[in-house]
Design a protein around this ligand. Structure first.
Ligand SMILES: [Zn+2]
Length: 145
């Protein structure tokens, strides 16, 4: 059983205006991704124009924070230590926007608990974190899809 640790938070990061709502929501313990205000298609990464209808109008709704794990990779902090801590970077599909993917960090679990399509829930993150953090969620939270 190998421990999973979070990414270390970066030093000051100057997020640009195009992604600021995402980072501000994370710092408030919420997940928010860009959605077209005209056709309501979610889009990640954020873009100036909607690829579906070319509208420049957007909105940033707050989502539930529930998601599914689409894929992940394991990064050893010390590759010489086969039993040492690792962190897990992944892509999560938010419940409200299952066709989009959000870069994330999986935390609060051991490596053997992580499986593709597992239900996840957002973890409140401190200011300065560098990715949305998710942890395993009870399977019943999403109706056992
Ligand atoms: Zn659109």
């Amino acid at each position: 059983m190998r421990d999973v640790v979070p990414f270390s938070p970066p030093a000051e990061v100057d997020f640009d205006a195009g992604t600021r709502p995402y980072w501000e929501a994370l710092r408030e313990g919420a997940l928010s991704i860009q959605r077209c205000a005209h056709c309501h298609a979610f889009r990640t990464p954020p873009s100036r124009y909607c690829p579906h209808c070319r509208s420049t109008e957007d909105e940033w709704p707050r989502l539930s924070g529930r998601a599914r794990l689409y894929t992940y990779t394991i990064v050893a902090l010390d590759r010489r230590d086969a039993e040492g801590p690792v962190y897990v970077a992944g892509l999560a599909c938010p419940e409200e926007a299952p066709d989009t993917k959000v870069f994330c960090n999986i935390v609060d679990c051991t490596l053997d608990q992580i499986v593709i399509d597992m239900p996840l829930e957002l973890v409140a993150t401190e200011a300065g974190t560098d990715a949305a953090r998710f942890r395993p969620a009870p399977a019943t939270a999403q109706g056992g899809r």
